[in-house]
Structure formats: structure tokens, C-alpha cells
Write a protein that binds this ligand. Structure first.
Ligand SMILES: Nc1ncnc2c1ncn2[C@@H]1O[C@H](COP(=O)(O)OP(=O)(O)OP(=O)(O)O)[C@@H](O)[C@H]1O
Ligand SMILES: [Mg+2]
Length: 256
């Protein structure tokens, strides 16, 4: 069995990265897969979205080596999420310091893949990375580590910008750094066909990204409330629109 890594990335803030990472991770675990959600964002919001506290596990994950002792220590940071098959590797603001260390030590592009590969052997089906709204050493190495990348984008004006930058980064990694992963797709979020802006943006995203564009996630009040409740959309209401849309995304991921 191989562990697949999925990275959720967009340097733009507030486009639904964390919502997507958490929903997908929980969706996959509901489909009987074992999933580790790794919070590479110093904001630590993957933890809060699951009703847990941010903790500095990721700082150690990004700065420690691969000896048996270090691996034992890192395993101790894996948290139960309280949901069957779903585990959390928490991060917090110390992840920013890890970014500095990565850059100062000029760690290779493969650094994150090498570090998380220690988890591969434990019957784990998926690792999902939530990432920060910025560009930097962590994002690049996280994408390089991944088999599949999802780029969420809000359906509002100028949103294509962040997407283009992410796709550009990916093509450079493929051409210059021998990255073997692929884009799963661009995921429109906050979609609302009642507003002209949302509709017009959707059309221009379709034109620009064509077959890479995934079916959209609609704007959803329940989804917005999830984080403050520490519950996923499948716990809030598994039959709501957003839950069905995120389950459809989950099924798409399962086909790869
Ligand atoms: N489809 C949606 N409908 C309504 N609200 C949403 C939707 N997706 C996300 N939200 C809400 O919008 C806010 C931003 O979403 P989220 O945290 O997932 O974005 P992000 O890209 O991870 O942000 P950041 O870049 O700061 O990490 C959150 O309050 C979230 O609950
Ligand atoms: Mg986030």
C-alpha cells in the first residue's frame, strides 16, 4: 500500500484552503481510509477546525532528522482527531521559525517529502497538507512532496491571479526540480450563482483553466460556522449542499 499526499495550496488568503483540507481529510476517513492531516500553516486553523488546539508538532517535523529517536518523538505529536481514521499533525506559530531554519540551512526541495515519508509505513492511505497563504520554502517543498495538488480559489474578481501563481510554481517544480506529482484541479469556492461577480468569475475561470476546473463549492453559512464549532461539514449536516459537494470531491480523489 502506498500513502498518497495531497496538498491544498494558494498564496491568497481566505479562499477555503483550510475548509477544503479539513473536509477532504474527514471525507476520506469517512470512506474508510486512514488519513493524517498535517497543518503546515502557522495559523494552526486545521487544529481548531477539528476542535483541537494548535501545537508545535510541525516545527519539529520540519527541523528534525530521520533517526529512530527523532521518529519516535515525532510520532508522539500525532493527535487523534476524535474521528475514526482521521489523525492530526498539529502546527502553530512556531512553524514560522521552521521556515527560517529551512531557508537558512538551504534544505533540499525534497525535505518535506523525506520527513513525512517516515509515516508511510503505518497503514496510512492519505496525508493531506493544509498550507499558509504565502509563498515560501514550506509551500514549495509541500507541493513537491505531493502526488496531487488542489488549488481552491474564491469566485471573486482577481481570484485567477493566485491560481496562476500556484500553477506557475508547479510547472517550475516539474520542469526544474523533477517533481512527479500532478494538479488534481482548481476548486472554485464561495460560489453563488445569484451574484454577478461570482458567475462572471466562474466563467472566466472556466475559460482560463478549462478541464482543470473542478465542480464548485457553493457559499455556505454552515461551512462558515464549522470552524467556530470545531466540527466538520459532515458533522454539521451531512446532507447539506456543501457536505455533498465536499463528498463529491472526496470521491474524485479516491479515483486517482
Ligand atoms: N464555501 C464557503 N462558504 C462560506 N464560508 C466559507 C466557505 N469556505 C470557507 N468559508 C469560511 O471562510 C473563511 C476562510 O476560509 P478558510 O479558512 O478555509 O480559508 P483559507 O484559505 O484556509 O484561509 P487562510 O488563507 O487564512 O488560511 C472561514 O471563516 C471559513 O469558515
Ligand atoms: Mg487556512
Amino acid at each position: 500500500m502506498t500513502t498518497k499526499i495531497i496538498c491544498i495550496v494558494n498564496q491568497k488568503g481566505g479562499v477555503g484552503k483550510t475548509s477544503t483540507a479539513v473536509s477532504l481529510a474527514h471525507g476520506l476517513s469517512q470512506q474508510k481510509r486512514r488519513v493524517l492531516l498535517i497543518d503546515l500553516d502557522p495559523q494552526g486553523q486545521s487544529a481548531t477546525a477539528l476542535g483541537r488546539n494548535p501545537e508545535p508538532g510541525v516545527f519539529y517535523l520540519l527541523t528534525m532528522g530521520t533517526t529512530q529517536q527523532e521518529t519516535t518523538f515525532l510520532n508522539s505529536w500525532v493527535r487523534l482527531s476524535g474521528r475514526e481514521g482521521l489523525y492530526l499533525f498539529p502546527g502553530d506559530q512556531q512553524t514560522m521559525a521552521a521556515q527560517t531554519v529551512l531557508n537558512a540551512q538551504d534544505k533540499p526541495i525534497s525535505a518535506i517529502r523525506s520527513s513525512v515519508s517516515r509515516f508511510f509505513k503505518e497503514g496510512l492511505h492519505y496525508i493531506v497538507f493544509d498550507t499558509a497563504p504565502s509563498v515560501g520554502g514550506i509551500q514549495e517543498r509541500a507541493v513537491w512532496a505531493s502526488d496531487l495538488v488542489i488549488v481552491p480559489t474564491a469566485t471573486e474578481f482577481l481570484s485567477a491571479d493566485g491560481v496562476s501563481k500556484a500553477l506557475h510554481m508547479m510547472s517550475i517544480l516539474q520542469e526544474k526540480k523533477n517533481w512527479r506529482g500532478n494538479l488534481l484541479g482548481v476548486l472554485p469556492t464561495f460560489y453563488d450563482e445569484q451574484t454577478r461577480e461570482s458567475k462572471a468569475t466562474m466563467e472566466s475561470l472556466q475559460e482560463r483553466f478549462q478541464t482543470s476546473l473542478l465542480p464548485p463549492i457553493h457559499r455556505s453559512t454552515l461551512l462558515r460556522e464549522c470552524a467556530s464549532q470545531g466540527q466538520t461539514i459532515f458533522e454539521m449536516d451531512p446532507l447539506c449542499h456543501a457536505a455533498k459537494e465536499y463528498m463529491a470531491l472526496t470521491r474524485l480523489v479516491l479515483k486517482y
